[in-house]
Design a protein around this ligand. Sequence first.
Ligand SMILES: Nc1ncnc2c1ncn2[C@@H]1O[C@H](COP(=O)(O)OP(=O)(O)OP(=O)(O)O)[C@@H](O)[C@H]1O
Ligand SMILES: [Mg+2]
Length: 310
Amino acid sequence: MPMQYAIETTELTKGYKNKIAVDRLNLRVGEGEIFGFLGPNGAGKTTTILMLLGLTEPTFGSARVCGYDPTREPLKVKRMAGYLPEKVGFYDDMTARQNLEYTAALNGLSTGAAKKKIDELLELVGLVDVAEHKVGTFSHGMKQRLGIADVMIKDPKIAFFDEPTAGIDPEGTDQVLTLIRGMARRNVTVFISSHQLHQVQKVCTRVGIMANGRLVAEGSVDELGRKVIGGGKFRIEAQVSPVSDRLLTVVRGVRGVSNVDVEGDRLLISCDEDIRPQIARAIIDSESLLLQMKIEEYSLDDIYLRYFRD
Ligand SMILES: Nc1ncnc2c1ncn2[C@@H]1O[C@H](COP(=O)(O)OP(=O)(O)OP(=O)(O)O)[C@@H](O)[C@H]1O
Ligand SMILES: [Mg+2]
């Protein structure tokens, strides 16, 4: 049986009058993945999500979401997919429970099934105590959690979150991310657009980086980090004196070193493990002085910055 992707796009393109918002996007997201779709403002993230949901038509190319073409079979996709837009639209003068009841009715749940489901979800997202309060009185973080409950009402196979943690405080963000992780554990595929890298790094199995409508990088944070930092998971920075040819040869020969760059009197050593003791010994054996040494694990920020610097 051929591998079924939750999302598959082929040269997916959206052009506006004088702007290509999404440019020949080829993307594959496996079932049960949490995929982080990253990029600065205007990169084309929301436009991509709208095309995947069948809410806007591509100019060129095609997509499949859970096996269906969102342009030709939008209703089938909508039945499978949950969507939390950038700006969540709830009825402010209705209570949390009433808003969820409304969504349940739209999705054809019976009153009995809806009540049970809504009780469970309010519990899950921590809004039981305010279930009968009007949503207009909710904080942004509470609205986002209600938004997650709203997405989960119909038991989606795939969920799209557009900037789910924008403008939420750290505690609220953790709650949202925990809920998203919980969804993936129940085998829901999750697609998150964001520019908040630390958070994405915490939950995503894989990320794609968009710039000007194009996918400029794709992979696990680990894979991308290795590429950017020159082949290793860590970077050891050693300030030495002098930087001799002999020293470089010896350090490059240390087991576990995948690359060594020189910047002034500093060696930037990429490696897969913390091999600071071995590096220190190599430096001393080469009769150079070790002035300072530190180690860094790459982060998604490094990766991201590297792509936007170049
Ligand atoms: N309806 C539209 N008409 C014309 N241009 C549009 C339209 N929608 C989006 N664009 C343009 O397409 C580009 C991509 O926009 P999009 O909203 O997809 O970016 P984004 O990555 O979601 O950005 P943000 O992080 O700000 O949400 C932008 O240059 C935007 O101005
Ligand atoms: Mg957007």
